[in-house]
Design a protein around this ligand. Sequence first.
Ligand code: NAD
Length: 447
Amino acid sequence: MNISVIGTGYVGLVVGACLAETGNDVICADVVESKIEGLKRNVLPIYEPGLEDLVERNQTDGRLTFTTDIRAAVESADVLFIAVGTPPDEDGSADLQHVLAVASDVGKYMTRELVVVTKSTVPVGTAQKVAAAVGREARFPFHMCSNPEFLKEGAAVDDFMKPDRVVLGVDSEFARNVMAEIYAPFVRTGNPVIFMDIPSAEMTKYAANGMLATRISFMNEVANLCEKVGANVDMVRRGIGSDSRIGSSFLFPGPGYGGSCFPKDVKALVRTASEMGMDLRILGAVEQVNQTQKLRLGEKLRNALGDDLTGIHVAIWGLAFKPQTDDMRDAPSLTLIEELLEAGATVCAHDPAAMKEARHKLGDRISYAETNYDALSGADALVVVTDWNEYRHPDFGRVKDHLRRPVVIDGRNLYDPEKMAELGFSYFSMGRAPVELPLAERVGEYA
Ligand SMILES: NC(=O)c1ccc[n+]([C@@H]2O[C@H](COP(=O)([O-])OP(=O)(O)OC[C@H]3O[C@@H](n4cnc5c(N)ncnc54)[C@H](O)[C@@H]3O)[C@@H](O)[C@H]2O)c1
C-alpha cells in the first residue's frame, strides 16, 4: 500500500518506519528541512531504541523515503497519516493549527480516493474539522479514520509492533477495510483491533492518558501521606497492586509526570469539558497535584541541606522525563533546575540520552558531565530524577568519594534505605522514612 505520514516526530517516524517494515511503501514528510536531511542519511532527530535500525534497513530497501515536499507525499498516498504536533494553546486546549494546515494540503493535492488518518492526539470533533478542511478543496472521495497512538516513548517500536490494542474510529466500510489490512500484521497474536465511531476513538486516547495520569498523581499523594504517617509507600504499592482490580502498573511514586503527552492531554481534556460546561474536577486535581509534586525534590533538598541553597552545588542524575528517551518536554528535572538556579545553587547533570536536548534547552546555565560519576565531583548532594537502569546499582563507594557531602535525594526510590544508612548516606526518597545523618555530619562540618 502507498502510505504517507506527515510529521516525523516521535510518533510519525515510528509509524512510518514500522509500516515500511511490514512491506508498505512509505513516504515520511516534515516541514523541518534539517530533520529530513538527517533522516535521509539515517541520522535520527530523536533517541528511540530500535528505531535507527528500522529506518536504515527500510530506507536501504527502498520502502521508506523522506521528503519536505508535502505535495508529493499527498499525491502518491492511498492512506495518509497526520502525525504532526498538537501542543497546548494558552488556554490548555490542543492547538490544531498544524493538523488543519496538513488537512488543507491534503484536499489540495490528493490525486485519488484516500483514507485520511488522524494519528495526532486531537480532541473530540477534530476529525470533523479535518474532513471539512480536506473537503473544501478535494476533487476525489475520501474517508476519515481516527487512529490514536498509544506508544510509549522509550519502547515505541515494540509498542507499535506489538500493540495491546489498536483503536480505529472509522466513517465508512472502505476505511474499515483499508485500516484492517494495514494493521493485520501487528495483531497476529490476537490482540484486538477495536473499531468504533470517530468521536469515541478520539475520546479513548484522552481517557487513557487521563486515567494513567490520575494513577500517578494518586500514588504521589499516597506517598506524601506515607511520609507523614510513617508508612512505607513501597509496601503500600505492593499491597494494593496485587489486587487484580487495581493492578501493579503505574503505581510508582516519583517527582511528577512530564513528557509530551500527559501534561498537555490532561489540560486539553479539562478544557474540552469546560467548553461543554462541565468541570472535570478529578483531572483538575490530578494536574494540580502534579505541579506541586514537581517541587518535592527541591523541598527534600532543603530539608537535607537547609533552606538557603545559595552556593550549594547539586549533581543531577537524569534529565529526560523518563528513561530510554531524550525527551525533556515538561520534565521534572527542568522544574528542579530552574528552582535551584533561582536559589543561587549550581548544577552539574548527567543523562545517558538527553544531554544534547538539555544543552539545547538550558545552554550553559548548568554544567554537563560525561559520566554519572563525573557529575558528582564536589557536589553537596546527588538528586536522582530519572530512573535510568544505569543509575540503579551504582558503586556507592565511588559516589561517596566524589560527593562533598553524603546526601542523596532519590526521586525514584531506586535504593534501599537500610543499605544507604549502613553506607553512611543521608538519604531522602519518596514516601519512605528518610535516613538522616546527624545535622553536623550533613551540614556542619562542611559549613
Ligand atoms: N510522543 C508521544 O509519546 C506520543 C504518543 C502518542 C501520541 N502522541 C501524539 O502524536 C502527535 C505528535 O507527537 P510527537 O511527539 O511525534 O510530536 P513531535 O513534536 O515530536 O513531532 C511533530 C512533527 O510534526 C512536524 N510538523 C509540524 N507541522 C507540520 C506540517 N504542517 N507539515 C509537516 N510536518 C509538520 C514537526 O516539524 C515535527 O517534526 C501529538 O498530537 C501527540 O500528542 C505522542
